[in-house]
Design a protein. Structure first.
Length: 339
């Protein structure tokens, strides 16, 4: 188990035991925030809204890219048994090949989520020609070589595949898990990123972590998927862009907030803030995320992250301020048209 996973466990244990002081300390440590100044009187309501990324949703972008011939092979993870069967039936109808693995227990964000019933998830790989079975066989290897083979079979750019293999072997991956380490390697310290490469969404055009914000083959991959979307639904492209361009305050792979707003300099000015909700987060996790950060964002209209301070502001003044721990955990991600 990686060290971050151990911290998640300590948080959930404290919260189960009703030890609010320890739960608060652990949760702040996970978010990389020193306990901050948050005005009293916030209500702990969970705002309704839709999530950027859900793990239990079939990625339709990949199906469209497959059906338009812009991808040859795609893999769908963490599906329910019904979704997996539906997808395999669909593949048969279209004359595509498919292969399935599972059941397995959910891998994503395992410690921040309610324990799922043992073995209720499936992966399905689908290919127009051959490749579906080979992708899953390569992954069964559970080795850097298997990861490399699977990535290349899925049509991901070789530079991005190599970078991911490298990150998966890094001390950061051992410390924080491979998803978290991979994302941090991609976003850096929070420089502006092309929205076409935004990986934090169910409608992400790329289902892999690009090796960097300027990766030309990754941008070309994203453009091919966009072309497929455009051929299917002109308005779909506009809606996908509007979704992927939203600024994000990222803390941890299972926790980030997206904004209905704009970037001004390095700050974000927003009308609304929405916690990412994968639909499966542990109630204690959700409650602390809202109680510490979400409630401040509901009151504020601006957020800044600089000089070791995360601050939420409103026209009436500062709503909340936290000094950051080292190394810095939060990232304020800005997505732009360039690229
Ligand atoms: Zn690349």
């Amino acid at each position: 188990m990686d060290a971050l996973a151990g911290r998640y466990d300590a948080f959930l244990e404290a919260s189960r035991a009703g030890d609010r002081a320890r739960a608060s300390a652990e949760f702040h440590a996970i978010l990389g925030l020193r306990p901050g100044v948050v005005p009293a009187g916030f209500s702990q309501v969970t705002p309704a809204g839709q999530s950027l990324q859900r793990y239990d949703t079939l990625r339709k972008v990949d199906l469209v890219a497959l059906s338009r011939g812009q991808r040859a092979v795609a893999k769908f993870e963490d599906l329910s048994r019904a979704q997996a069967s539906h997808l395999q039936r669909l593949a048969r109808t279209l004359g595509w090949q498919s292969a399935r693995r599972g059941p397995y227990a959910r891998r994503y964000d395992r410690v921040a989520s309610e324990p799922s019933q043992a073995g209720d998830r499936y992966s399905v790989a689908v290919s127009r020609g051959s490749g579906a079975r080979e992708v899953l066989e390569a992954e069964d290897d559970r080795s850097p070589e298997g990861t490399r083979r699977a990535g290349l079979l899925l049509g991901y750019p070789p530079c991005c595949v190599e970078r991911f293999v490298e990150v998966s072997q890094s001390p950061e991956a051992r410390e924080e898990g491979v998803n978290e380490a991979g994302l941090r390697a991609f976003v850096g310290e929070g420089e502006a990123l092309p929205w076409r490469l935004n990986p934090l969404c169910t409608v992400s055009l790329v289902g892999f972590l690009p090796c960097g914000p300027g990766c030309a083959p990754a941008l070309a991959f994203a453009q091919r998927v966009l072309d497929a979307l455009a051929a299917e639904d002109r308005d779909g492209v506009r809606r996908v862009r509007a979704t992927l361009v939203r600024p994000v305050l990222f803390f941890r792979y299972p926790l980030w907030f997206s904004f209905d707003g704009v970037v001004q300099g390095t700050d974000v000015v927003y009308r609304g803030a929405l916690r990412n909700d994968d639909g499966e987060a542990h109630p204690a996790w959700t409650s602390w995320a809202e109680g510490i950060v979400g409630c401040a964002l509901q009151v504020g209209e601006g957020v800044s992250l600089r000089d070791g301070v995360l601050a939420v502001t409103s026209p009436l003044g500062e709503v909340a301020r936290w000094r950051l721990t080292e190394p810095t955990v939060p990232r304020l991600l800005r997505f732009e048209d360039a690229g």
